[in-house]
Design a protein around this ligand. Sequence first.
Ligand SMILES: [Fe+2]
Length: 366
Amino acid sequence: MVTVREKHTGVPWDGRTAYEKWVEDDLGLALHRGYAFGPLKSFPVAPWAERGIGAAFVDLIGAESLAGMFVGELAPGKSSAPWRQLADECIYIMAGHGNATVETAKGKVSFEWGPRSLFAIPMNCRYQLHNGSGSEPARFVSVNTIPIVYNLYRDRKFVFGLDYDFNRIEADIDPSEAVLFEPDPNHNKTAVNLYETTFVPDVLGVQRSSFREKGVGNNTAYFEMANSVISVHIAEHPGLRFFNPHRHGPSAFVFNLSGKGYSLMWQENGAMERFDWPEDDIGVIVPPNMWWHGHFGTDPVSVQLAIKLRSRKLPINHLFDKSHKHVSEGGKLIHYKDLDPDLRSWIWNTYVEECAKNGFEVMAPA
Ligand SMILES: [Fe+2]
């Protein structure tokens, strides 16, 4: 038995999450939705006044409201306002030079960034980004856990104003120092070089390993960043050959940094989404939870960066476990011959046609 205090027809709630309302109503910024998004280097940003930066927020379906993403821009000679958040964050620099200052319990940490720098902002550390150029804007992309945290607490002062130090990094260690974990023989723990660090000055300058499960010629390195739940990988794929598709959990943001091509994502016996990588720019796809996906380079080499809610050190679920192992080993990766014949011929014929448009022939799949 309940006592009815008031009575209404229908409900007044519009179905948006607290995070969506924070971006759209509180910040007054557009939230761009879809399966994929781009071009990120040239997409217009709007002022995020509180932080003194330009921003374009992107809410991709495959993030499942767990991780968020925005493109940020620092005007020439400007610094972002001091900011802290009860969330993990990973930043990739798309263009520009400057430095970052991060306040920790034991002192201030600062480092110089440039194009292709990758760094984590340790949980709840107040930080600023400074554009070192007086004439050029700097542009970055942030992947963060603000959505899951904000949706749980729904309180700006708590999420962005809590005075508490989690001590997730050591202030007296150079943030670019790394601990290297090399692959174990059976690739059960890590299949490629894994670097535990806070700041990577140039993500392409890191020694990668051959990633045999992904196919011949694939070179990859993993990163665990600042004791956060976000991890990263950088992968160089040879194009013009079949990419072994796989599937896994939500919130893996895959950025195409260079090369021509497209990504396919499909539900088991269901919808197919295609995203063409923006040429001379950067795009992002986030495969929805447990959708198969593959990246198809239509010229000789492509480079991808993935920033994802999949830490091997601090996992938040098991939806990425064994995503590099073949399905016959209990994994989540398939080969060309495993595909349904109709789907396989469509994928293959499309790929052959797309490569031919660039004047290339595709190697026969193994
Ligand atoms: Fe993936």
